[in-house]
Design a protein around this ligand. Sequence first.
Ligand SMILES: Cc1cc2nc3c(=O)[nH]c(=O)nc-3n(C[C@H](O)[C@H](O)[C@H](O)COP(=O)(O)OP(=O)(O)OC[C@H]3O[C@@H](n4cnc5c(N)ncnc54)[C@H](O)[C@@H]3O)c2cc1C
Length: 405
Amino acid sequence: MKAYLRKSHVLIAGCGIGGLAAALALLKRGYDVDVYEQAAELREVGAGVQLSVNGVRVLHELGVLPALQALACEAEGKEIRLWNSGQSWKLFEVGLESVEKYGFGHYLTYRSDLLAVLAEGVRREKPDAIHLNARCAGFEQSTIGVTLHFESGGAKHTATGDGLIGADGVHSRVRHGLFSDDKPEYTGMLSWRGVIPMEKLPARMRRMIGTNWVGPDGHVVHYPVHRGEYMNFNGIVEIEGWQVESWSAKGTYEECHACFKGWNDDIHGMIDNFSTPYKWALFAREPLTQWSVGRVTLLGDACHSMLPMLAQGAVMSLEDGYIVGRALEAAGGDVEQGWKRFEQARIARSTKVVVGSAENGKRFQSRTLGNSAETEAYVNREWTPEKVRARYGWLFSYDVISVAV
Ligand SMILES: Cc1cc2nc3c(=O)[nH]c(=O)nc-3n(C[C@H](O)[C@H](O)[C@H](O)COP(=O)(O)OP(=O)(O)OC[C@H]3O[C@@H](n4cnc5c(N)ncnc54)[C@H](O)[C@@H]3O)c2cc1C
């Protein structure tokens, strides 16, 4: 095991993408870290995550990119398709163009692959850093440290450290402990997600391309994952009624088909071949204006959950994770100062992404697309190269290594 250079010991609640990235970034800078996860194993129900270049850069810096490259798909491009006719437009090149412009490509990953390579990286630095079956129930802090309380399977115990990071996702207990309850609002949108064995799809669909279907009251994003063995499908529709913010609620094939009535056969062909149709309601939260109190801070979805329409939630968690490591080092290992630096460096950018994600949602699903005479002009107008650059350039060019902290 490594000898730790500084005495700061950081506790992290939540072993998702953000918690693991933060753990790895801190361990690599010589801090001692323990990460606590409520689940019994690090497993995600099948789902994909797109990693744009700004997130890929973090993985490179953390030393886990080669391991992910062996499992992920590197996107050759992205395209827009029209919900009923299937007409397609090139959105942008993300392969060579991204590498030439920003240094890395755009990866289409299976969430469990991403978690596995991050966890492997953490365990390489500190083999016993990850504690499973450890549900954080609350914390208390004093001028000298933090105590984290767990409640799992009836047993209660505690851990102590110099600082705490709440990386415990959208229903964060740590956020609740800092700022009390948030007030999420149902967006009126339901998301269907499914994973399809690639061999079940026609050959013309088996491509290293990310596809965004746009429609009048919904949109669908699908892309290959896990070395191209599966197609990941995420379809969002406007619907009243279902309001359970859970990632693991199951729906039926009939319900899912009905939500996409009138959509192109390619959409229904994918739904027919889902391993399981999952559904969950999309909620929106006002971005927090403060993340840290004393020795405790938040990162990732715990403080800036967002709608998935810019595909940046996980990427922001990766950026947060890397920057929290830099911030603690810049503060000389002083946890309170480190968390302040981290928050100052990150809050404006992540708030801008929360707002931009909601705006992109309105673009992907617009009533104009219900009027076939206007659809082509709409797509040509909304996805000009200049507009696409303005929407994504500031995201992709962010450099976790050189940004001021
Ligand atoms: C439909 C959809 C598609 C998306 N697509 C993309 C995409 O393509 N690209 C992208 O960048 N982002 C995407 N996102 C967003 C992304 O999934 C999230 O932003 C990201 O997972 C947040 O990571 P996190 O580590 O902050 O939280 P989470 O991934 O939620 O991890 C939190 C962890 O904390 C654990 N936990 C929770 N409570 C406790 C507790 N009390 N004690 C201990 N452990 C606890 C959880 O079990 C979990 O392991 C998408 C989201 C959705 C809904």
